[in-house]
Design a protein around this ligand. Sequence first.
Ligand code: DX5
Ligand code: ZN
Length: 226
Amino acid sequence: MSVQIAASILSADFTELGKAIRAAERGGADAIHVDVMDGHFVPNLSIGPPVVSSIKRTARVPLDVHLMIENPNRYLEAFAKAGADTLSIHVEAQPHLSQALASVKQLGLLAGVALNPSTPITALEAVAPEVDLVLVMSVNPGFGGQRFISTSFEKIRAMRSLLKSVGNPAPIEVDGGVDASNAAELVAAGANILVAGSAIFGEDDPMEATRALRAASQGQPVKESS
Ligand code: DX5
Ligand code: ZN
């Protein structure tokens, strides 16, 4: 499975979202990562279905929607209608995980499960055979631009073994503090999808930054920015 880059628009200029998305796509982004926050599950507010609908009209690549909200079940249909391709639900926000994953699949979407840094991978044991994707948070969710938590490497390795043990080849996505300096090591640990916000949209040239991240994920030397 080749590595995918999911550009997180949380760090983009929201008045120029179309432009930001096109730049990431030209740089080779495989997906647009959309962070949905409710001010309860995480201490921040972001966007909802209407903005996802607008993004869907302009994006050419799939929309990877990360729900950082309480009661995600209440909103699955709204985000499906808005154009999400993947919906990731936090294990900490959803006691009936298996049922929620089934609902996402019934809507015709890929069903992902996200874990906070302090949530052990054992929280996923029961649903490991059912997930289409696992999203490992490598920062505490809520904000872009935070520092990568280095224990995430080991967590990704352990998650890959858990998935292997149940015969599920689902991709592992890593989100938070991902940049050219840790991309190759994340891939070596077992990550298949790299989410990057500030490493793409915090740079002067998001297209070039997307390319640079992919090159780094493939083990090419990181160019120093001037
Ligand atoms: C954080 C979000 C991330 C965020 C990542 O809660 O889930 O997707 O945009 O931003 P960076 O790449 O800047 O850490
Ligand atoms: Zn995210």
